[in-house]
Design a binder for this molecule. Structure first.
Ligand SMILES: [Cu+2]
Length: 292
């Protein structure tokens, strides 16, 4: 449903279900709005001042009113228990299992950046310790490089790199206040809460390059008759990226809390990982130099 009523492009496997869910909710709300609107107008006419000069504190009596109220409670309970709870339970169960070759990454929000932590080649996250946190010195996560698992870890600020068509599990947390981790094209939105590590998962279905191609197609459709506007749009698309948006007002710099997500092809991702591994500090390297 990408491009539908101003929705962003759709770039994740589960996103279609979210879009359909949103459409369903809008239709349901339209029904509810119409129902209550009609009821409101009926009440205004039926209980108008000229017919009821004195307030009736007992209100309506009679079987019909009781039955209507009962029906409303029953329908709402059915929506909650029959629709929302099973939907949520299914959504929680979608976390990829160990056999699914998922890419696991930690994202640690802070005012006003996204820190991204990869476990490196050993697949195990190195230990992080609060006393090692040094933003100015370039160790925003307090990663312990002397921990054997921490040696090969990769830490990047504001850039999340993932391969296409493989499940991604983001373990999300925050260093300071509540932030909102949002990937609009992937239909992912989850609060990052200090003291909690919350797993979020999604499977990207298009690379950044395919995303740009989609945007170009859309630009050609929308500006086909205006070469100048089309050229400007196409030029802007050249360095467009998927964005990580903060969706909780988290402080004065909230507006600038914007990261980027790059979806690579499988080969490109392997090459990127190798590049990162090559840049890791060797034994005896001045670690500070590496961080900066
Ligand atoms: Cu924020």
């Amino acid at each position: 449903m990408s491009g539908f009523w101003g929705m962003p492009e759709l770039a994740s496997a589960h996103g279609g279900a979210i879009d359909r869910g949103m459409l369903l909710v809008h239709i349901l709300m339209l029904v509810v709005l119409t129902g209550w609107g009609v009821f409101f107008i009926m009440a205004l006419v039926k209980f108008r001042g000229s017919r009821h000069p004195k307030a009736d504190y007992a209100g309506l009596r009679g079987r019909w009113t009781i039955w209507t109220e009962g029906a409303i409670v029953a329908v709402k309970a059915a929506i909650l228990i029959g629709l929302s709870v099973p939907f949520w339970a299914a959504a929680i169960r979608t976390l990829p299992g160990p056999g699914e070759d998922a890419v696991e990454v930690r994202v640690v929000a802070q005012q006003f950046v996204w820190n991204v932590h990869y476990p490196g080649q050993d697949g195990v996250f190195g230990e992080t310790r609060p006393e090692l946190v040094d933003d100015a010195g370039g160790n925003p996560l307090g990663l312990d490089r002397s921990d054997p698992h921490g040696r090969d870890d990769i830490v990047r600020v504001n850039w999340l790199h993932v391969p296409v068509n493989r499940p991604v599990i983001v373990h999300l947390t925050s260093k300071d206040v509540v932030h909102g981790f949002s990937l609009p094209e992937f239909r992912v939105k989850q609060d990052a809460i200090p003291g909690m590590s919350i797993p979020v998962s999604f499977t990207p279905t298009m690379t950044t390059e395919e995303f740009r191609e989609r945007l170009r197609e859309r630009a050609r459709r929308e500006h086909g008759d205006d070469p100048e506007a089309l050229e400007a749009r196409l030029a802007a698309i050249e360095d467009r990226h998927f964005e990580i948006v903060c969706t909780q007002l988290c402080g004065m710099g909230h507006y600038e809390m914007r990261g980027f997500l790059k979806v690579h092809s499988e080969e490109d991702y392997a090459a990127w990982l190798e590049e990162q591994a090559a840049a890791l500090p060797e034994d005896g390297d001045e670690v500070d130099d590496f961080w900066l």
